[in-house]
Design a protein around this ligand. Structure first.
Ligand SMILES: [Zn+2]
Length: 939
């Protein structure tokens, strides 16, 4: 993989850049007297790309009137792109003194946008990188909450990556093993509330007489163990507070004693064990997958930077960061191929087993090995794997993938669980658990509840049992699907999702173009693993309780007793996982006490060390509706609405789900409008315009994008695997990726300024240029980079300025048509624009897509009228109406959607009975019992 260290500072490049941007530009003007003078940039084309798509572009755009709390900004009608840009710049640009603004977690109330890079200072309540609430002023009661129509939920990312300049998450030894054996075992380990088991945190109130009060349940009678006693200072704080992270940090890891081990104190916690489960059937071999997998494994195990360019297999000393983790390989077609990797062997021994009904593991020693000790044998095994692609004999066309999964589970069970990273190229139709093609027609168009239920729900009994076993035995499954046809993700995706695994899917795989992207996914499966044997528990202040954990193993417990929410077991953990947890009222919150959350994730880290990651969040409690709206968090609310809606796929028809999202939007803004009209202490003159709270001004575009997303879009052209691959990813991806997936970034290369698109050397902040609104009407005859959270596209209009094309793709290129459609990166050229473009790709791959090993590679070239992928690109322009769809809400352009929203709000308010209800719910929130039908959405 080529490095991106193109240096524009070498003398030639500097010369070129300078002459290019100064004198050369003038030259252009001289040579082109007809060039319109407003084109200040030599790349700029003077013609708009004809907008053939958006027939609504001439429709009047209703002005979105924002809340009037910020009068100075009132005239600035911030689009989502402008808003993101402004927020990003706020935190990533230095002031005149060269300082960057930090986010102080206690002083500052509303966190930065999830899409912004920012430096956070942990002041005893967690940064939004780890936990994001939908509200930073939580309504004190359910009736007040119901009057907002907004959910109360938190989204947690336990292993969020931090900037190099931020303090790493501290580790505190709380094993306290030396407590006498006769003592209560509960007195060993971390200090916790005796009633609700909350872990020690900065909001515990200690007293001088050796007690403390729990911030979650207010239980007062706890006794501080002698070894943890401390005197208080004049302000009532423990004097040792600043030397103990658990007393002044929002996020920390606690080391815990053996009593916390999975399976009890007698069971020793093991380092993380991995199994690569590799498809070697006909379809896999045809696509050369074994070669890619072998290279990905080499890069993962034996290189420092996941780059094989400088890798020499004969070099004795290679860096190995995964010192204690163990690895195994099993290949599968219609049989299972076990690789003995014992370091005592000269070369690997392969045992083939066709007994799938009662699978067994043929050897114990040599199954899981240390990558360094068994390096030669592993290299031999990888060579054998690659040789499957060059064999004369025809490979099996069917696979026994599910029996392979069960066998891998049996191997991992013996070591306390672990992670399976699998490659799958075809529907597994062989052996126990074999799947059949599900009919796929006409889904999503007409309400067909039964058919949708069958298509989108797990219905294979073998897989259901496997799911329970995986969770029970702490086995997680990552599945990378590379198949032009369905592999039935309704079953396989479910299995992966409930075990904490990740799913990736590629249907139009090309070895040359997509090889590196697939390698990056496989590397991530190992590199991003943060632990296993996870158990997540969220505790919160009296008055609130957990109602639902989305997209986790707790969804298995559909049959559990109503009212009891099972805390999820998460077999494998990774850096990208986020969990959204919905809350409900079981009482009233106190405005005097704030609202406290504590997420505790008990887990075993990759080295086999048992820990609890504690994430604390304190937010205010309010009795004012206005506060609830004004301090609502758009990113978290969108995430919650998306995940709640997706949790109904397979249970309710997609048409109803889309309708529910629309009704939710109308409800929220109707309530806000009503609050503004009827609320006390308001003296506003209301115009007949849309009125959104500042905090939620982009909710309509996000939710319009969601109903157009592949997961729930109104279309007959999307297969269920395409929908489900997106669905399962949306249930757990980081918030910033979800925001981009709904509303992509679109950078216009020919108009960016010279200083933009640079990484700040000290802290890695990136000066991302301002994005265009994602609509075909903004695409000119030029070059654009679009990132939708999962992929990075480079869009090149065939009539782009050739100077720009040459500067990006090389001097030898004479026309856009002759570009190689299979390139997966922009070449490294000594031009400034080339460096800027590669930086933008690198930023997206690293910080949004999360495939940092790709650096600036992994792009997809899109040339309108030339490349087939153009269609896919067009669908990402969510502000436009969808071509070829039925004229329903799902296909509307943004202006018309806003206009419809406006009408719907008016109708709702003008309707007498409804209006009274709304009015009542707003003015009399305290006593009101909400009766508006909310058929589907949980809040
Ligand atoms: Zn408590």
């Amino acid at each position: 993989m080529a490095s991106v260290a193109a240096s524009p500072t070498n003398s030639h490049a500097a010369l070129y850049t300078a002459s290019y941007n100064n004198s050369q530009q003038n030259q252009i003007y001289q040579q082109n007297p007809f060039q319109p003078s407003q084109n200040q940039n030599p790349y700029q084309s003077n013609q708009n790309f004809p907008n053939t798509n958006n027939h609504l572009s001439s429709a009047p755009v209703p002005k979105v009137l924002r809340d009037m709390n910020h009068l100075s900004q009132e005239n600035e009608d911030l689009s989502l792109q402008q808003h993101r840009y402004a927020n990003q710049v706020e935190y990533t640009s230095a002031n005149d003194a060269g300082e960057f603004r930090s986010f102080y977690t206690f002083q500052n109330v509303s966190p930065p946008e999830a899409t912004s890079q920012f430096h956070a200072v942990d002041q005893g309540t967690s940064s939004s990188k780890f936990i994001r609430s939908t509200m930073y002023y939580v309504p004190e009661s359910e009736s007040l909450r119901a009057a907002t129509k907004l959910p109360i939920s938190v989204t947690i990312r336990p292993f969020a990556p931090l900037l190099a300049s931020e303090e790493p998450v501290p580790l505190v030894d709380m094993k306290r093993d030396d407590i006498g054996a006769n003592d209560d075992p509960l007195s060993k380990g971390p200090i916790r509330c005796r009633r609700c088991r909350t872990y020690v945190n900065p909001s515990f109130q200690f007293t001088n007489d050796g007690k403390f009060m729990c911030n979650i349940c207010q239980f007062p009678n706890n006794v501080v163990p002698d070894d943890y006693a401390s005197v208080l200072d004049g302000q009532g704080y423990r004097i040792d507070r600043l030397s103990r992270p658990e007393l002044h940090k929002g996020v920390y890891d606690l080391l815990v004693p053996d009593e916390y081990n999975f399976g009890g104190p007698e069971v020793h916690s093991q380092p993380l064990h991995h199994i690569f489960l590799i498809d070697i059937s006909e379809q896999s071999v045809k696509q050369n997958l074994p070669v890619i997998i072998a290279d990905a494994i080499r890069a993962t195990l034996y290189t420092d930077d996941y780059d094989l360019d400088n890798y020499d297999p004969n070099e004795p000393e290679t860096p190995n960061k995964r010192v204690k983790q163990k690895f195994a390989f099993i290949a599968f077609d219609k049989s299972l191929h076990f690789f003995n990797l014992s370091p005592t062997l000269e070369s690997t021994q392969v045992v083939i087993s066709s007994d799938l009904e009662d699978p067994f593991v043929p050897f114990s020693e040599g199954m899981f090995v240390d990558a360094e000790e068994s390096k030669n044998v592993i290299e031999d095994a990888l060579n054998q794997l690659e040789s499957f692609c060059s064999q004369e004999t025809v490979a099996d066309s069917e696979t026994c993938f599910l029996a392979a999964c069960r066998t891998a589970m049996l191997c991992l069970e013996a070591v306390g669980g672990g992670k399976i990273t699998s490659i799958l190229s075809t529907l597994p139709t062989w052996g126990p658990g074999a799947l059949k093609y599900k009919d796929n027609k006409n889904v999503g168009r007409s309400p067909a509840p039964l058919m949708e239920k069958r298509l989108y729900s797990v219905d294979n009994e073998y897989i259901k049992l496997l799911g329970r076993d995986f969770v029970e035995k702490n086995v997680g499954l990552d599945v990378h699907v590379i198949s032009p046809t369905s592999v039935d993700l309704s079953n396989i995706g479910w299995l992966s999702s409930i075990t904490g695994g990740t799913i990736s899917r590629s249907s139009n795989f090309n070895f040359e173009r997509d090889g590196r992207s697939l390698t990056a996914k496989i590397i991530n499966s190992i590199k991003k693993a943060s632990g296993y044997q996870g158990q997540l528990k969220l505790r919160c202040s009296n008055g609130l309780q957990v109602s639902q954990y989305y997209g986790t193993s707790s969804s298995i417990a559909d049959t559990s007793v109503v009212g009891s929410v099972q805390d999820p077991v998460i077999p494998v953990l990774n850096e990208d996982q986020t969990f959204t947890i919905l809350l409900e009222y079981d009482g009233k919150l106190s405005t005097k006490l704030d609202c406290h959350f504590q997420a505790a994730l008990l887990y075993t880290d990759p080295d086999g060390v048992r820990k609890v990651r504690v994430i604390n969040l304190v937010v205010a409690v309010t009795e004012r509706l206005e506060d609830a709206f004004n301090f609502a968090d758009e990113n978290a609310i969108v995430t919650t609405i998306v995940r709640d809606t997706l949790s109904f796929v397979g249970k309710q028809p997609l048409t109803e789900l889309r309708e529910s999202v629309n009704s939710k939007l109308v409800e929220i803004f109707t309530q806000y409008r009503a609050m503004s009209e009827y609320g006390h202490n308001t003296t506003r003159t209301l115009t007949n315009q849309l009125l959104f709270p500042d905090s939620l001004v982009h909710l309509p575009i996000y939710l319009l994008a969601f109903i157009k997303s592949k997961a729930i879009r109104d279309s007959t052209a999307i297969s269920s695997d395409v929908r489900l691959a997106d669905l399962y990813q949306m249930l757990s991806m980081p918030i910033e990726r979800l925001m981009y997936l709904l509303y992509p970034a679109l950078i216009e290369l020919h108009s960016i300024s010279e200083e933009e698109a640079e990484f700040e050397p000290t802290n890695g902040f990136f000066s991302l240029p301002k994005s265009k609104e994602v609509s075909a009407s903004h695409l000119q005859k030029g070059v654009y980079i679009l990132c939708d959270g999962m992929k990075v596209y480079v869009w090149v209009h065939p009539e782009s300025n050739m100077m720009l094309v040459k500067d990006l793709f090389g001097d030898q290129v004479e026309s856009v048509e002759e570009l190689n459609p299979l390139i997966d990166e922009l070449p490294e050229l000594p031009t400034h624009i080339s460096e800027q473009a590669r930086n933008i790709v690198k930023y997206f791959q690293t910080y949004i897509v999360g495939d940092s090993s790709l650096e600036s590679a992994g792009i997809r070239l899109v040339r309108p009228g030339i490349d087939g992928v153009e269609h896919e690109f067009r669908e990402l322009l969510v502000e436009d109406s969808l071509r070829g769809s039925m004229a329903t809400n799902s296909s509307l352009g943004y202006p018309e959607y806003l206009s419809n929203l406006h009408k719907a709000i008016r109708v709702k308010l003008d309707n007498d009975s409804s209006s009274n209800k709304v009015k009542q719910s707003v003015t009399n929130a305290e006593n009101h019992h909400d009766t508006l039908a909310q058929r589907l959405i949980h809040f």
